[in-house]
Design a binder for this molecule. Structure first.
Ligand code: ADP
Ligand code: ADP
Ligand code: ZN
Length: 210
């Protein structure tokens, strides 16, 4: 399975990608997570990416595409993956087509009002796990269930950057829905369900395709 998860920031792509990857033994490739890891290691790429991310802007395409290409060429990707957060515009999607063929694109559909609520309550861990102070709290306050590390709020989960990211989503990323619909690869999932509800909907759609 070569899948792509699409949806506005905060729709639940990362949350669902982790569960879907566990169920089908796929590799989770989240471009945002890669950039954040690079930044925590203070690499040149990470520091550059962070300057765009904090403002809610997209990291330039040449950097992002090169990074994804390198990641997809690694051995663990041959059995399938979920790409989360890439592509974010048509030019990235066209570049991806030159790298490999995707089976399906899953859009997690979620209205803007819900997004702001989810992002303002989001807490994340360096290991990639995601929590929410209202809807998905960890067992111990502020501590990751998976690895025991301290959770933190992302610098871009603040109102100004959230507004900008939503604007970019609607203007630049959303046209990808039409792009993949035309190719017959599009699956729409209602993101306004519980986390388990969204997961069950994804699994039920995938079971009809594979
Ligand atoms: P979210 O999960 O909230 O949608 P991500 O973790 O996917 O956020 O991305 C965080 C930030 O990382 C984006 O706002 C952008 O600055 C940068 N980023 C991630 N993926 C891409 C990409 N494919 N192209 C350009 N920038 C990206
Ligand atoms: P994305 O990767 O699309 O940016 P996340 O998976 O990080 O989104 O989820 C955004 C926030 O919303 C997190 O705090 C997460 O715990 C929470 N969340 C995810 N899915 C749901 C859901 N179906 N209902 C309520 N909260 C959710
Ligand atoms: Zn963790």
């Amino acid at each position: 399975m070569k899948l792509l998860f699409l949806g506005p920031p905060g729709a639940g792509k990362g949350t669902q990608a982790i569960s879907v990857c566990k169920k089908y033994s796929l590799v989770h490739i989240a471009t945002g997570d890669i950039f954040r890891k690079e930044f925590s290691e203070k690499s040149k790429l990470g520091v550059l990416a962070k300057s765009y991310m904090d403002k809610g802007d997209l990291v330039p395409n040449d950097i992002t595409i090169k990074m994804v290409k390198k990641r997809l060429s690694q051995d663990d990707c041959v059995n399938g993956f979920v790409l989360d957060g890439f592509p974010r515009d048509v030019s990235q999607a066209e570049s991806l087509e030159k790298i490999c063929a995707i089976d399906y694109v899953v859009e997690i559909h979620c209205p803007d009002e819900q997004i702001v609520e989810r992002l303002e309550g989001r807490l994340v861990c360096k290991c990639g796990a995601t929590y929410n102070i209202v809807t998905n709290s960890p067992k111990v306050c502020g501590i990751c269930d998976e690895c025991g590390d301290r959770l933190y709020q992302r610098d871009d989960d603040k109102s100004e950057a959230i507004r900008k990211r939503l604007e970019i989503y609607h203007g630049t990323t959303e046209p990808l829905i039409a792009f993949y619909k035309l190719k017959g690869k599009y699956i729409m999932i209602n993101g306004m369900q519980s986390i388990d509800g969204v997961f069950n909907s994804i699994v039920s759609e995938l079971s009809r395709k594979f």
